[in-house]
Design a protein around this ligand. Sequence first.
Ligand SMILES: C[S@@+](CC[C@H](N)C(=O)[O-])C[C@H]1O[C@@H](n2cnc3c(N)ncnc32)[C@H](O)[C@@H]1O
Ligand code: SF4
Length: 366
Amino acid sequence: MNTPPTGLYAHLPWCVRKCPYCDFNSHPLRTALPETGYVNALLADLARDQERFGRRAFDTVYFGGGTPSLFSPSALGTVIAATGGAGEVTMEANPGAVEHGDFPAYRRAGVTRISIGAQSFEPSQLARLGRIHDPADTRRVVGDVAGAGFDSFNIDLIHGLPGQSEAAALADLECAIGLAPPHISWYQLTIEPKTEFARRPPKGLPSGDKAAAIEEAGVALLADHGYHRYEVSAYARDGHQCAHNVNYWRFGDYFGIGAGAHGKITSKEGVVRTTKPRQPRLYLAGNFGEAVDVPRGELPAEFLMNALRLTDGVEETLFTARTGASLRTIADVWEELAGWGLLRRDRLALTPKGYRQLDGVVARFL
Ligand SMILES: C[S@@+](CC[C@H](N)C(=O)[O-])C[C@H]1O[C@@H](n2cnc3c(N)ncnc32)[C@H](O)[C@@H]1O
Ligand code: SF4
């Protein structure tokens, strides 16, 4: 197996408050942010992974959370400097937690792309989602980000919200489009186990048919404005796809540093996964977790689970390059599903009909 492109994911696990729908490894900040201690832990974790995997440089860097915008530009700059920099360096920002809202300073520190968690532009929905910001905060942050000269940035929105009509979901999209971000992530609300929404399910969630109708209308609206869907929830203007996430879907490699971060690294011996402890307390104490080998037989299904999320899929040669397996291992099932009009025969990709049944198609390869 060749060495794939390598991304670096850095997880920053604190938030001002926990949102009721969120199952990310995020912890409400009860005391002062242990910024210096955490940055030092990230640097030690990174150095250990660089050493044991013999790889130092990264194609992309992504600061996710939690709420990375709670960290100062100089804190992120210290981590970016230790990576040697990368073509794309993304930072997630919560519009209600930009105490350091000095976006020119993040840019000078090496960040090239900001991802803004807007979620909705309707005040009542933001309140129901437990958000700490209002639509005016989002608009201000977008203005600051664009004004700081970031030519790539993203707005996150969630649809399928409690009691939300199709018109309201599309109105949210129009608000986002009006702010002219080069990228929009448009997620459907999922009720994740062990979240507040799972314990107390909100009323008025859309049926499967209604959610599908909202999605179809949203895809068309976004396309009309030049935002092309390239993954289930990701829409971009030309040249603005998120390279870091595309590398996940192309089954590339990534280091994962920070509390609860996952990594995947390919070597001559095979693929290993790394997992860091989820509890910030353990991580701050210098516990950087374990690496485990992925059984080779699991790689083809994992590869397809990722690659088929891309609307245009991937080239056939990538399968063997990433998994070490022959295409023959999946040929029978592929042929059967292609016969049903669900999969393409010219590349590893779904047809539009197959894309509407993504989960069912992927399940056939498990
Ligand atoms: C780590 S958060 C982004 C940064 C920051 N923490 C924030 O929320 O503003 C990643 C994104 O995932 C989406 N998300 C999180 N939980 C979700 C859920 N249960 N259903 C749908 N989207 C979700 C939200 O759009 C969120 O902005
Ligand atoms: S701010 Fe973001 S990461 Fe934090 S709890 Fe809310 S959705 Fe999750």
